[in-house]
Design a protein around this ligand. Structure first.
Ligand code: ATR
Length: 299
């Protein structure tokens, strides 16, 4: 992918103990709201673990100030910015370049400033897949995967998943038409099928992996489950993008059925790891980042 190629190009470069010309490395995250973001704690820990001088701060940016905020990245000499809800789509209008994956997904969560040239990437999907492979399902090639949901999060996940050459990806959504549209849009990228949630009886017995990208089961609705858990095949891998709670109702039910479970915490950590690697050219200190997120959730 474009992200990786770009990263490799920069690997050989000399990285100073901070930003360019010995300046501190300036990083941050913009969103609305932003006060509950765990990214500042996570990236501050990453900078410290790598001995880099710099700062990563949260910025509360309203929609009407987004363009100004992006211009400010160049003016103030920020090296990088993460973009979160609700700006991931609109921000694409204000960047100089957009990585191919981010363009297809239709959203940017990471901006890199190379001497005033702003490039947008999407590290959510590849971050999720890196976490899934390291923590729960090392081999995805040929696997039959069921993705629940077809919104923004699902687009990132499905795009990154297709790079792993799964056997079949079924996208199931409450609004079936949206799942079918996404399956049709990316039919050239792999074997995809779109369904309604009520059409899963024939699909579920055949799946090796279920990924929930919907918000069903997220705090405070912790008792909700996106599908009838009795239909989950025993012993498969079940993954949920939600990380509050760390173990959703879906994952608890899957565990009872002897499944390997995977929570959204890893996705959050690894999307941050890819962003950090884009900005610094260094391997991200993933364990320090994970520990900082857990600490900020349960101080
Ligand atoms: P995100 O960026 O988190 O994916 P989104 O683009 O708003 O957010 O997409 C939310 C997804 O969760 C959609 O697939 C949505 O289904 P619909 O397209 O039918 O709206 C799904 N979703 C949200 N709440 C849901 C619920 N209570 N039951 C089933 N699906 C739900």
């Amino acid at each position: 992918m474009g992200e990786q190629a770009n990263h490799e190009k920069r690997e050989g470069e000399h990285v100073r103990e901070g930003g360019r010309g010995g300046q501190p490395l300036l990083l941050g995250v913009i969103g609305d709201p932003i006060q509950h973001s765990k990214s500042p704690a996570m990236h501050t820990a990453a900078l410290e673990a790598c001995g880099l001088t710099g700062a990563y701060l949260p910025f509360h940016v309203k929609g009407k100030r987004l363009e100004e905020a992006i211009r400010g990245i160049r003016a103030l000499g920020f090296r990088g910015i993460n973009v979160t809800v609700p700006h991931k789509v609109e921000v694409m209008n204000y960047l100089d370049r957009i990585d191919e994956g981010a363009r297809l997904i239709g959203a940017v969560n990471t901006i890199v400033n190379d001497d005033g040239v702003l490039t947008g990437y999407n590290t959510d999907g590849i971050g999720y897949i890196r976490s899934l492979k390291e923590e729960a399902a090392p081999a995805l090639e040929g696997k039959r995967v069921l993705v629940l949901g077809s919104g923004g999060a699902a687009r990132g996940i499905v795009y990154a998943l297709l790079q792993e050459r799964p056997g079949l990806v079924t996208i199931a959504n409450r609004t079936a038409g949206k799942a079918r549209e996404l399956a049709a849009e990316w039919a050239h990228l792999g074997s995809l099928s779109g369904r309604g949630m009520e059409e899963l009886d024939a699909v579920l017995p055949e799946v090796d992996l279920i990924i929930n990208t919907t918000s069903v089961g997220m705090h405070p609705h912790v008792g909700d489950c996106p599908l009838d858990s009795r239909q989950i095949p025993e012993g498969i891998v079940v993954s949920d993008l939600i990380y509050n709670p760390l173990k959703t109702e879906l994952l608890q039910q899957a565990e009872v059925r002897g499944c390997t479970v995977h929570s959204g915490l890893g996705m959050f950590v690894y999307q941050g790891a890819y962003a950090f690697e884009h900005w610094t050219g260094r391997t991200a200190p993933v364990e320090a980042m994970r520990a900082a997120v857990l600490e900020s959730m349960h101080p």
